[in-house]
Structure formats: structure tokens, C-alpha cells
Design a protein around this ligand. Structure first.
Ligand code: SAM
Length: 632
């Protein structure tokens, strides 16, 4: 390049840089200038985006894309850290939640009833995980939590200049993936404080839809502090709540309507209801009549401008059923006005006298507790302050109890911290004989070597989380001394632990080298594939591979496996997760007798290894199972 060309290139780059500083919206996330937009701006024509309301920040496009980038990881079961591994349906997963949410997509889409999360608030002191997708293989695994010593998360400070953008880039793809997991009538609760509440609302509007905003519950975290900026103590945080769609409906047990029982009435609770309505006789001619109290001779209705709510026929029917209440009847009703009422049937589920289900007030009740209560809970379980600012389990219990849960509904928390959500779910199931399940995700964030937690052996936050849930489970078992488990046979006090790990499928293990050009990376990738002739890595742990294959095939991690003994020459497992079924053989060679035996399972799905079958066997298998087969 000659000198003049070089100078003009530099000038061009400088101008672009200046333009970018002045008008960042003219550039894509990759820094490419939108020339049409620039032209429209310079020529004074109306811009294509003028008037479009949109929330933007640096890196939004790549954050969006990162949600859809496939994961290179796998979830590896760890029996030694689990309780009741073979029977439980609760899960604790150690690893970066972006990767984990991706891995759960196939098996758990539309399966989660409720998500509660308490992400880092971006206070400048807490940590925000940065998803740097251009990083090398080693850094990728270390950041995702696939390490022995835990992950040190990056600090997000205001001086970095992308303070809010960094936080939004972290949250956005996770919320996108979380929404996919929610059931149609599911709900998500997000705890947040004043630092990011405004931004969170905006991205949640975008991801969940403004129309699905349910509430911004104010949660009192502490009593007022003195010596605070501007003289106002910020004692509240928020629980931002969005539904997946309008089928979600929150209800809470409360003192709603009064219900009555009467020996004169069939044995069910009744609600007392007025009998007249302020309508004119011409509006309701069929309900305009007078009746006489047989005991006193008084005439009703007393108000000349009111008519009955019912027709004469219905009135007579109620009278025969002894459902009409004249003043003075049923002294326990305490009715003094000279109006008539009647016992109205009500199909609201009754739960004890005078209790019903009512709409949830925006103000959370005092019983949900404050941060101090969360800290006390941990102190009680560990005799130590091991985790800063845990939420009280009573808060999460209250939120979860707003939802009408069905049997086996799953509650997910993917910023689990000390595991408060599991504590709340186990407690709630104990109290109402429920059968909710939980999934927790927590990155093995390294604890500070100066902290009490580190000193007593908890090297990561996920260690604290797992130990807490274990202690809660033991506590409930001990308190009940078997009684509770007899009453609620389904009470699940176990959990399966999984850890994020590299996939057994080598093409997933390849990662581009950011130092090399795209062509060089493609060449390296092709060479890599050529070398690793088969898809599956050469050595693998059969038990771990079973989990990876089934998760990839859309089975939930709580599947049950039974060995079919009739297959003498190979190990063939019958897998079921309650919804889906398959036969799986992970042996490296398949016997002819197995192939023959499989014929009677032609309506099942079948999974086996590529290396176990030659071309003829593969062809025979396709003949038996058609498309319902995966040769991995
Ligand atoms: C505010 S705390 C949650 C506290 C929790 N609600 C409790 O009561 O204990 C947020 C947690 O999210 C974890 N976290 C941050 N980034 C994460 C990520 N990318 N994947 C999984 N966990 C993450 C942090 O390690 C921290 O423990």
C-alpha cells in the first residue's frame, strides 16, 4: 500500500470512530456502519427506525445470539454427592447456568411450573459472569465451572464503562432460555434491587411480553438504616413477576368470604348473599314481586326501588330448601338489617371454616421475613455465617404457594446461591403434603480464602448449596421421625447432583482459536473431524454417557432404567422418564442374538453406538425401527 492510500485508510477509520462515538445507533454490535441509516439521517429523510420504541445497549445482538449457540458441554451425574440418587426427582446442577439452561432445553421445554431467581444485583461489588464467546477452549471450560478449584467470577465495576450493558448481556440470554422452559401456565419471579430494576423490567417486557407482567412485589429486606446517601434508607427490593401467558392465575389462602354450615342445610359450606338488586321493575319484570315473612307478616322487599335477584320460581325453590334467611333467623349470622339474604352455593374450595382463596395483595405479608431471617436460617443449620445475604426461605415459600401446583410440578432456581429455594420447596411439601420438585443450578464460584466458609472446607458456593440442602433434608427426616414419611409417602427428601463437564462427542469439544482466521479455523476443524473418525470419543464412562445421550435425546434427568434380562449377550436398558420410553444399548459390539431379540420391540425407540454395528447390522436396525432410532 502506498503512503497516500495508507493515510486515507487511517483517516477513514478515524472518521468512523468519531461517528460511532456520536451516533452509536448507526452501528451494529459488530461495529459495522448502517449506511442506509446514515444516508437517511444526512438527507433529512424520515429514518426507518424513527418512532420505534426499543431498548438497546452495547452487545445486545450478540447476547441474543449467544442464547442459541449450542453448548459444548454435558451434565455428569455425581452419585457420591447425591441423596437417594435412584429414586429422587430433585436436581442440583453445578455449572454456569447459561450452559445448563441450554442443555435442559430439549428435555425440559414447557415443563417448569415456576422459576425463582435471585441474580447478582450489579451493585459494583458483586460478580457478573461474562460470557466471552471468542475465548479459547481452556478459558471456556474454566469459566463454565469445569474446574477443580472453582470459578472466580469477574467483578463488574462502573469504571469499565459498560456497567449496565455487561449486566444486561449476562441476563438477557438466560431469560430467553428460561422462558422456553416454562409451562404455559408457568410464572417467573426475579428478585432485584434498585440498581437494575428499571432495566430488568425492560428486558423482561421484551422477553416475556409486556402483557404478561404480573406484579412488582416490594420486599422489605431490612429495617431502616441511618447514615445513608441522600438520607433515605433503601429498605426494599423487588420481586418482578411475569407469567408465560394469561393462563397463569395466582391465589393465596386467606380470610376471604365467610362460609357457614347449618344443620338445616345439606352438609357443605354456604356463603351468605343479598337477595335484592337495585334495578327497576320494568328492567326485571320477572323479579318484581312481594313476599310476606310467615313469622312476622312483614312485607319484602323493604326498599321500593329494588327487585329480587331471582325469579318467583327460584325464590320458592330456595324457600322450600330453607335457604332464605329472614332477619332474626340464624342468630350466628348476626344480621340486623331488615333485608333478606340467602345461602348461596359456592364452588370455591373450602379449607377450614371461614377460609378461602383470595387474590394476592401486592404488599407481601410480614411473615415472608427479611434478610436477617435468611441469615439466621443458615446459622441454625451450620452454626456459622457461611453465605452473605441469603433470602429467607419463607419468602420463596410464599411466592411458590401463590401457584396452584399439580403433582410433580418443578420449581427451578438457576442462581441458587445457598440453596434457599430447595429449602423452601422441601418445607412447603412437608407442610401441605405437596409433591413439588426442584432444580437448582449454581456455578462453583470459589469462596474467598479469607472467608469462614473456605476455612471450614467449603471451597465453592455450590459446595455450600449442596451441603445446605442435605442438612435441610436430614432435619426434616429427623423432626418427623418417620411419621411424616408415612403421612406423605411421596415426600422427596433426596436430590441428584450433576456437574457440567465436556461432552463425550468430540466435535463438540472442538473450539475455534480466536487468534486464527476463520479459514484457518475451518481447516483445523476439518482436520480434527478426519482424525476423530467416529463421533463419540474413544473412551467414555458408560454411566455418564447414558446421561448425556438421554439428555440429548430429550429425556429428563430423572429417567428410570431397567435392564432387560432377556438380552443375554448385550446389556439392553429399558428407559422411561414418565413420558418417553426407549431401549438403549451402549455396548461396543452388538451380538446377532440381540438384533434378533430387538425385533419384538419394533414399536420402541432404540439407541445404540455407531461403533457397535457394521453396515449390515445398521441396515437391519433401520428395518426394525425405521426413523425411531439413534445410532450415536
Ligand atoms: C444473590 S445470590 C443468590 C442467593 C440465593 N437466593 C440464596 O438465598 O442463597 C446469586 C448467586 O448466583 C450465582 N451465579 C452468578 N453467576 C452465575 C452463573 N453464570 N451460573 C450459575 N450461578 C451463578 C452466584 O455464585 C451467587 O451464588
Amino acid at each position: 500500500m502506498n503512503q497516500i492510500n495508507k493515510q486515507s485508510k487511517n483517516l477513514h477509520e478515524e472518521s468512523l470512530q468519531k461517528l460511532k462515538e456520536l451516533f452509536p445507533n448507526l452501528f451494529s454490535d459488530e461495529g459495522v456502519l448502517n449506511e442506509a441509516e446514515l444516508k437517511a439521517m444526512l438527507e433529512g429523510y424520515p429514518s426507518t427506525t424513527v418512532g420505534k420504541y426499543e431498548f438497546n445497549w452495547a452487545g445486545k445482538m450478540s447476547a441474543k445470539r449467544s442464547a442459541y449457540k449450542p453448548s459444548r458441554a454435558n451434565l455428569k451425574p455425581d452419585k457420591s454427592k447425591s441423596i437417594d440418587f435412584d429414586s429422587t426427582e430433585n436436581l442440583i446442577i453445578e455449572g454456569d447456568n447459561l450452559e445448563v439452561l441450554k442443555l435442559l432445553q430439549k428435555s425440559y421445554a414447557n415443563k417448569i411450573k415456576c422459576i425463582y431467581i435471585d441474580p447478582p444485583y450489579n451493585t459494583g461489588h458483586d460478580f457478573v459472569y461474562s460470557d466471552d464467546f471468542s475465548e479459547g477452549k481452556q478459558a471456556y471450560w474454566e469459566k463454565s465451572g469445569v474446574t477443580e478449584n472453582g470459578v472466580k467470577l469477574d467483578t463488574n465495576t462502573e469504571s469499565q464503562g459498560r456497567y449496565h450493558s455487561n449486566w444486561l448481556n449476562m441476563m438477557y440470554p438466560r431469560l430467553v432460555l428460561a422462558r422456553e422452559l416454562l409451562k404455559e401456565d408457568g410464572v417467573i419471579f426475579v428478585s432485584i434491587d434498585d440498581n437494575e430494576v428499571h432495566n430488568l423490567r425492560k428486558i423482561m417486557d421484551e422477553v416475556f411480553g409486556e402483557e404478561n407482567f404480573v406484579a412488582q412485589f416490594p420486599w422489605r429486606k431490612r429495617t431502616a438504616k441511618s447514615d445513608v446517601p441522600f438520607g433515605v434508607s433503601q429498605d426494599f427490593e423487588w420481586v418482578i413477576t411475569y407469567a408465560k401467558n394469561e393462563t397463569f392465575n395466582a391465589m393465596i389462602k386467606g380470610k376471604g368470604r365467610n362460609y357457614y354450615e347449618s344443620k338445616d342445610l345439606p352438609n357443605r359450606p354456604w356463603r351468605i348473599h343479598g337477595m335484592t338488586t337495585q334495578r327497576t321493575a320494568s328492567e326485571r319484570p320477572n323479579s318484581n314481586f312481594t313476599i310476606v315473612n310467615p313469622k312476622t307478616g312483614e312485607e319484602y322487599p323493604v326498599n321500593p326501588n329494588a327487585v329480587w335477584r331471582v325469579t318467583k320460581e327460584s325464590f320458592q325453590k330456595y324457600l322450600n330448601e330453607k335457604r332464605i334467611v329472614f332477619p332474626g333467623d340464624y342468630t350466628f349470622l348476626n344480621i340486623s338489617q331488615p333485608v333478606l339474604r340467602y345461602f348461596k352455593e359456592d364452588d370455591i374450595k373450602k379449607d377450614g371454616t371461614n377460609f378461602g382463596y383470595v387474590a394476592v395483595p401486592t404488599l407481601l405479608p410480614k411473615e415472608v421475613g427479611m434478610t436477617l431471617d435468611g441469615t439466621k436460617e443458615i446459622n441454625k443449620l451450620f452454626n456459622q455465617r457461611l453465605f452473605p445475604f441469603p433470602k429467607p426461605s419463607s419468602l420463596i415459600k410464599y411466592l411458590v404457594s401463590m401457584i396452584k401446583v399439580d403433582d410433580n410440578d418443578i420449581i427451578l432456581d438457576f442462581f441458587a446461591g445457598s440453596g434457599t429455594t430447595a429449602h423452601a420447596v422441601m418445607d412447603l411439601n412437608k407442610e401441605d403434603s405437596g409433591n413439588r420438585k426442584f432444580i437448582l443450578v449454581q456455578i462453583p464460584e470459589a469462596t474467598d480464602p479469607k472467608s469462614e466458609a473456605y476455612k471450614v472446607g467449603y471451597k465453592t458456593i455450590s459446595d455450600i448449596c449442596i451441603e445446605r440442602v442435605k442438612r435441610v433434608s436430614e432435619k426434616i427426616k429427623k423432626e418427623s421421625e418417620g411419621k411424616l414419611l408415612d403421612e406423605n409417602k411421596n415426600l422427596d427428601l433426596g436430590f441428584k447432583v450433576f456437574k457440567l463437564a465436556p461432552s463425550f462427542f468430540p466435535e463438540n469439544l472442538f473450539s475455534p482459536d480466536p487468534e486464527k482466521s476463520e479459514e484457518e479455523n475451518i481447516e483445523a476443524y476439518n482436520a480434527y473431524l478426519e482424525k476423530a473418525k467416529q463421533q463419540l470419543s474413544f473412551s467414555f464412562d458408560e454411566f455418564e454417557l447414558l446421561y448425556e445421550i438421554l439428555l440429548k435425546d430429550g429425556f429428563r434427568l430423572t429417567f428410570k432404567a431397567e435392564e432387560l434380562k432377556e438380552f443375554g449377550d448385550n446389556k439392553v436398558l429399558k428407559i422411561s422418564d414418565g413420558e418417553k420410553e426407549a431401549l438403549v444399548c451402549l455396548d461396543t459390539a452388538m451380538a446377532d442374538s440381540t438384533l434378533k431379540n430387538l425385533e419384538k420391540y419394533k414399536d420402541s425407540r432404540f439407541i445404540c453406538l455407531e461403533r457397535a454395528v457394521d453396515t449390515t447390522k445398521k441396515w437391519n436396525l433401520k428395518n426394525i425401527f425405521g426413523e425411531n432410532i439413534w445410532v450415536a
